[in-house]
Design a protein around this ligand. Structure first.
Ligand code: PBG
Length: 336
């Protein structure tokens, strides 16, 4: 029994939190399996799934296992996958030559997945970092002190056309070179791929949260460090106006979906971009965001399931229409 003590209050927001059914009724943000894109790593060979130490529960899969994983994801209602190759280091060189080989690993993987499940949306990165011996996303200047923007863009155009020919639904330029979205759009159209879309990594920050990914694709090993500076092309984490400018440029250049990356530490940027465009906005909960939740859970310091849900809910609440996350499969299984 409550005591007789009463404050004279008209507004009592807690009335709507009193029961589970009232709470459900006024819930504003709901995650669903179709919100997610699952990033998947692919490797050469017959070997069993290859674990990634800094990303518990994430494996590099060979093409056959990748197809199985895609089937499982589709069955859970995940509509899309983003494929990332880990190349044999012997195949890497300064120019990222293998990116333009039409039989390169990721293109064989795309063809296999599309053949098995034509209706699943398949996305590939358009960037050179899995292919370069120095680990940068572009080719280097003669002085080797920076990436060369325009020459890199020429290679990206060709790479995107090869990906479209292999059957991808969306190409995802992820390197932050200037002008690449417009150039890729023109190259796709000229090659007849007017229906192939562009998911642009529009506001991609020079973030320390990519460390585990660089282990996963081997670009860290190639560079000899996980903390290779990409500061001359990826954005300064301090900048908000510049992020909106980048998103509007990609919008004008013909991107179909605009992405912010990372997600959790950039919720304000997701909101800004959401309010600046009429196109769908994506956010990438990156490898380091995944790793930090796992690491704290392992220490017994955070509850994995609740932090996983809360982190993703926050990204959607901030304004993301589409979320790339290494939690995609388990979330879909829970939400189904
Ligand atoms: C590279 C690329 C990166 C990620 C996706 N594409 C990392 C980088 O810029 O080094 C990061 C994804 C993640 O951390 O999960 N073009």
């Amino acid at each position: 029994m409550p005591s007789d003590f009463r404050l004279d209050l008209v507004q009592r927001p807690r009335r709507l939190r009193r029961t589970a059914s009232l709470r459900a009724l006024v819930e504003e943000t709901v995650l669903r399996p179709a919100d997610f894109i699952a990033p998947l790593f692919v490797v050469e060979g017959k070997a069993a799934p290859d674990p990634i130490a800094s990303m518990p529960g994430v494996f590099r899969l060979n093409v056959a296992d990748l197809v199985k994983e895609c089937r499982a994801l589709a069955k859970l209602g995940v509509p899309a996958v983003a494929l990332f190759p880990k190349l044999d280091p012997k195949l890497k060189d300064d120019e990222g030559t293998q990116a333009l080989n039409e039989d390169t690993l990721v293109l064989r993987a795309v063809r296999a997945v599309k053949k098995a499940m034509p209706e699943l949306t398949v996305i590939t990165d358009v960037a050179l970092d899995p292919y370069t011996s120095h680990g940068h996303d572009g080719v280097l200047t003669p002085a080797r002190d920076d990436v060369e923007n325009d020459r890199t863009v020429r290679l990206l155009e060709k790479m995107a056309v090869l990906q479209a020919r292999a059957g991808v639904d969306l190409v995802a330029p992820s390197d932050m070179m200037d002008g690449r979205v417009g150039a890729i759009r023109a190259a796709l159209d000229a090659a007849g791929f007017t229906g192939t879309g562009i998911l642009a990594y529009s506001a991609k920050f020079n973030s320390a949260y990519y460390g585990p990914f660089r282990d996963a694709v081997g670009s860290a090993q190639a560079a000899g460090t996980r903390l290779l500076s990409k500061a001359t092309y990826q954005m300064n984490p301090a900048n908000r106006h510049e992020a909106v400018r980048e998103a509007l440029l990609d919008d004008a250049e013909g991107a179909d979906i605009l992405m912010v990356k990372p997600a959790g530490a950039y919720l304000d940027i997701i909101r800004e971009v959401r309010e600046a465009t009429w196109k769908p906005v994506a956010a990438y909960q990156v490898s380091g965001e995944y790793a930090q939740i796992h690491a704290a859970a392992r220490l017994g310091w955070l509850d994995l399931a609740r932090c996983r849900h809360e982190s993703l809910l926050a990204i959607k609440r901030a304004g993301a229409d589409v979320i790339l996350s290494y939690f995609a499969k388990e979330m879909a299984a829970l939400l189904k």
